[in-house]
Design a protein around this ligand. Structure first.
Ligand code: TYM
Length: 337
């Protein structure tokens, strides 16, 4: 069997809406780095998706370069994985158009992320936002992906991608697209990295991100400001959400011994949150510092970034156009002449 056949395919992307934070890293990018050896990987920068929130051209371009530099700084290797910019592969927009013909208003309107975004920004409920999961499905299935490493917040979008792929296969009575499955780093549940502001996930739009490129002094400040309470009053007391979030983050970046130490302090009502936060900040900084140094380095090498993007686009286009030709044939376009 050829190498292309024996290795499964992986696709994932990140919107260039700001610097990458710990949520992006632990929900997605660390899996990218892990998977690149064993799979055919396509990792891209979802610049078309980011247009739903109307960035300025200057911010958009800066965001694309930043995420590209951060991918590389995190250890994604362009000799192993195909790294590209979504808009460099126009075939995906063509497939998106075809998939839109079989995507229904009701199902798109019911999507949680659409409802959330429409509620948060009632003045910008655009059609791109409504069909966001269709473009995402096109991104994934155009490379016939088997696995998609993403965080928990993308679970429903991935379900939609499977639905649209299944629908296409049925409609044209041909198993063209494999059904893409989520991939998680440890083979367990999909990850949701919490914010330190009390509740919910860490996110760019939530304004609670701790960024890979962030200055250590700023990281310390953010962690020390994390929401806590006046402390447990009973042994082994259930942790309220803000406290649980501190522990969740600590489990991600600190050693098991450190987590156990503070669990023990919590369970015996001796915890000092100040000490815990100091430790957490130092462990985050120890983790981000080498990545930060590489980001600052690579970010200045525009020629290298351009080369990676150009070569990635070429490889991604080859794969996308091969699938698109099959799609058009099945649909009945381009068959007559
Ligand atoms: P985006 O740009 O919002 O996020 C990029 C990746 O980071 C993950 N993530 C998190 N994981 C865990 N905890 C968090 N707090 C957290 N915050 C973000 C996201 O789950 C995601 O994996 N729609 C996608 C981009 C996209 C895409 C695709 C992804 C477009 N096409 C095709 C996969 C395949 C998005 O907006 O991700």
């Amino acid at each position: 069997m050829s190498e292309k056949k024996s290795k499964k395919t992986v696709v994932s992307g990140i919107r260039p809406t700001g610097n990458l934070h710990l949520g992006n890293y632990f929900g997605a990018v660390r899996s990218f780095v892990k998977m690149q050896q064993d799979y055919h990987c396509y990792f891209f920068i979802a610049d078309i998706h980011s247009l739903t929130t109307h960035p300025t051209p200057v911010n958009l371009q800066a965001g694309v370069k930043q995420v590209l530099a951060e991918y590389l700084a995190c250890g994604i290797d362009p000799t192993l994985a195909t790294i590209f910019i979504q808009s460099d592969v126009p075939e995906v927009v063509e497939l998106y158009t075809f998939l839109n013909m079989n995507a229904y208003l009701g199902e798109l309107e019911r999507t949680t992320s659409f409802k959330d975004k429409a509620r948060q920004n009632p003045d910008n409920v655009n059609a791109g936002l409504l069909t966001y999961p269709v473009l995402m499905a096109a991104d994934i299935i155009i490379h016939k992906a088997n696995f998609v490493p993403v965080g928990k917040d993308q679970e429903q979008n991935l379900e939609m991608a499977r639905k649209f792929a299944t629908r296409f296969n049925h409609m044209y009575n041909h198993r063209l697209f494999p059904l893409p499955k989520p991939f998680t780093f440890d083979g367990k549940d999909m990850v949701k990295v919490p914010g330190l502001d009390g509740s919910g996930k860490m996110g760019k739009s939530e304004g609670n991100g701790i960024y890979l490129v962030e200055d250590p002094a700023d990281i310390r400040k953010k962690v020390m400001r994390a929401v806590t309470d006046s402390g447990p009053v009973e042994m082994n007391q259930l942790k309220p959400e803000p406290i649980q979030n501190l522990f969740t983050l600590m489990k991600i970046v600190s050693s098991p011994e450190t987590v156990e130490f503070f669990e023990d302090k919590y369970n015996t009502c001796q915890i000092r949150y100040g000490d815990m936060k100091e430790q957490l900040a130092e462990d985050i900084i120890a983790f981000t510092t080498p990545i930060r140094t590489r980001i600052l380095d690579i970010r200045n090498d525009e020629a290298y970034l351009a080369k990676v993007a150009r070569e990635g686009a070429e490889k991604a286009r080859a794969s996308a156009s091969a699938t698109l030709a099959e799609v058009k044939k099945l649909i009945g376009l381009k068959c007559l002449f």
